[in-house]
Write a protein that binds this ligand. Structure first.
Ligand SMILES: *Cc1c(COP(=O)(O)O)cnc(C)c1O
Length: 361
């Protein structure tokens, strides 16, 4: 098997999907499976659908097309606000999109009419994190305009927190979202089927709330794939946190000094670094680098520590592990490392325990 590679345990993904579906289901919340970290990998997407997920959401149209071409049967949602220039493709390739700009919604409406289709839209409400969203005071005007547009149908509202600003979903902002939903329904005599309260960051709020009021949908990525909530990155009880394993190969192993020698200038990353002198040490080079993963987001499972990385190499302290050329080193990955790794053409994706989901495709 080509190296570097990422091993992906499909059976563990199935388990996490089932557990999260049951957990959130206890208070009436349906989960939408977010596939951006897996680049729309059809094997994994198929596994998610087989285990009860009805809607798959991705930030990239390319990933959605990949899943649709592979025959994955689900409702497809575009997570990232559509660009004005993308409207036609959004209509062609997705069923639902999350929106915050009237000019884009008008374009979606025009394209849907041309395409003789109906596109579902969710309006995103700004609740403090300051990425996408309509200010609450503007919601009424926006809804008035949107419900007059043909070809698109308003199916709900949503919000996105814990992203840019790291603002926690809590009882205040979730109550505000519920109350906005109720207000809009009364005012315009409409019904909003989806009130999408957020992401993997909503776990703590969910656990501490007796009543989740109108919130009936969450868009989950990281808790499915890494088994964690995302406010403190704590594991969610009962979930697997080790679904993905990065494997890299040792391409050089030698005893060398611990301190570079010669005149010190900028290194390849533009930094002037100073290394302490610990005398001679065992160093190993792994055939993987910054092009492949976010090096700060990987943690070795063996007893080695990362000394530095360049575009194609990671150098590790090999004093304790005594790795030899041809040996492999395995790593856990955080979400960012996974995002880059799974979307890198240089890394082989290796599905393990995948028997059960073959029949899906
Ligand atoms: C990525 C994304 C999510 C999923 O976030 P996780 O922390 O992985 O659960 C939800 N909503 C939007 C808009 C996103 O872009």
């Amino acid at each position: 098997m080509n190296l570097p590679r990422i091993d992906i345990d499909s059976a563990k993904i199935a388990h996490n999907v089932q557990q999260l579906t049951t957990l959130y289901g206890t208070k009436g919340i349906k989960i939408i499976g977010v596939t951006k970290v897996i680049g729309g990998d059809p094997v994994i997407a198929g596994m998610m659908v087989k285990n009860g997920i009805k809607t798959l959401a991705d930030s990239r149209l390319e990933n959605i097309q990949r899943m649709r071409k592979a025959g994955i049967r689900a409702q497809f949602m575009l997570l990232k606000s559509p660009a004005l220039s993308q409207a036609e493709e959004v209509i062609t390739h997705t069923h639902i999109s999350l929106n915050s700009e009237l000019i884009v919604l008008k374009e979606l409406s025009k394209c849907a009419l041309k395409n003789h289709s109906i596109h579902k839209v969710i309006l995103m409400v700004e609740l403090g994190d300051l990425r996408e969203g309509i200010m609450p005071s503007e919601m009424e005007n926006m809804v008035r305009d949107v419900i007059s547009l043909k070809g698109i149908v308003l199916i709900g509202i949503g919000t996105n927190l814990a992203c840019l600003g790291g603002i926690a979903p809590d009882s205040d902002n979730m109550a505000e979202l519920s109350s906005i939903a109720g207000h809009l329904e009364n005012k315009f005599n409409i019904s909003l089927d989806i009130v999408s309260g957020g992401s993997s960051a909503n776990y703590r709020w969910f656990r501490s709330s007796k009543d989740v009021d109108r919130i009936n949908s969450l868009r989950l990525g990281e808790s499915i794939f890494l088994g964690r909530e995302t406010l403190c990155r704590e594991p969610i009880p009962g979930l697997f946190t080790d679904i993905f394993t990065l494997v890299a190969e040792v391409i050089e192993a030698k005893q060398k000094p611990s301190q570079p020698y010669g005149k010190v200038y900028q290194n390849m990353n533009g930094k002037i670094l100073h290394f302490k002198d610990h005398g001679l040490m065992n160093r190993a080079i792994l055939g993987i680098g910054l092009q492949d993963v976010v090096v700060s987001g990987i943690v070795p499972k063996q007893n080695v520590t990362i000394l530095g990385a360049s575009s194609d190499h990671i150098v590790v302290d090999n004093n304790k592990a005594n790795l030899e050329v041809g040996d492999t080193v395995t790593f856990d990955l955080n979400y960012n490392a996974l995002l880059r790794g799974l979307n890198s053409p240089y890394i082989t994706k290796n599905h393990v325990n995948y028997q059960e989901c073959k029949e899906v495709l």
